[in-house]
Design a protein around this ligand. Sequence first.
Ligand SMILES: Cc1ncc(COP(=O)(O)O)c(C=O)c1O
Length: 374
Amino acid sequence: MSINFHKLAVNGVQKLTPYVPGKPIEELERELGISGTLKLASNENPMGPSELVTEVLSNLKLPLSLYPDGNGFILKQKLADKLSRKQTEITLGNGSNDVLDLIARAFLCEGREAIYSEYAFAVYPISVQAVGATAKVSKALAIDHKENPYGHDLDAMFELITKKTRVIFIANPNNPTGTWLKTTELDNFITKVPDDVIVVVDEAYFEYVEEVEYPDTLQWLGKYPNLIVTRTFSKIYALAGLRVGYAVSSSEIADLLNRVRQPFNVNTPALLAATAALDDQEHLENCVKVNSEGLKFWQTACEERGLDYIPSVGNFITINFKTNAMPIYEALLQEAIIVRPIANYGLPNHLRITISTPEENQQCLTALDKVMKV
Ligand SMILES: Cc1ncc(COP(=O)(O)O)c(C=O)c1O
């Protein structure tokens, strides 16, 4: 008798659409028999990690038979010092995706609702549906909105709050749009949200943002006990392959998140590398500078070519080709360049390109010019 395993899965999982990652370099090179591929598809940092990290990892003499420190004491202590928070307010994750999942598992289940915006980061629907909760998706701001096209519409999000709402996910800045919310608007929004609704502000690209009106959300933890801020070592710290992220919240919420956390969710090399990365402020500032120049390079390039792009404060830019972008994506693959199609976000005419070094930005632009002329 053949068994229908799909039917055996819990309701939420049956309805899940799996996360689509950027195409791995090895896969493209295997398929096309090429080498030297440039991957600008996953918002990784082309500058690589700090030398302090490389040093720690190359001198690693670990008894691999031992479990990591399940509490991540040293990293948490360093983070707490750097962020002027208490250790008990920090929850470590296997990437910040893991933390988002912990939040869903701690606060959502069948019969409860979570709110996020159209075009918001693709992990929110997965985390919400996997635990059987209901996703309420607010319309994003219009694409011709003057201030924040494609951005989160906080009024629309507020309208969706019901008695069943437990979590609101806000990506600031958001991926794949690069849109962001200012201090006053986000503050005004959280003030209005009922105290028993958890507001998650996902700041995966926090360190890249140079706007003066970008909020310092950690300052709000005292006045909003329902606030959770998530950050990651995958982006500017360039440790995506090691998987470390964290949440900062009230100690009470951190305690709940830690109850559902796998005891050893962050491995030893990751803990050591993240701790070392926090010591290199100079490298971080250099990465911000290179990214900022790269963003300007792409904005100018788009303007010169009459290409519409979404104004971004992250380490990526999303271009609207006003026609199905898949042929452009495919043609770029033939040029050994991987960017990110985002039709899965409801944006089939757009491609998201990670900002890179001046040489790699130029290489991608030259290839784009070539394929667009075809
Ligand atoms: C908005 C946003 N949040 C969270 C993440 C998760 O990153 P990680 O799990 O590598 O920390 C990403 C990764 O792309 C992201 O874009």
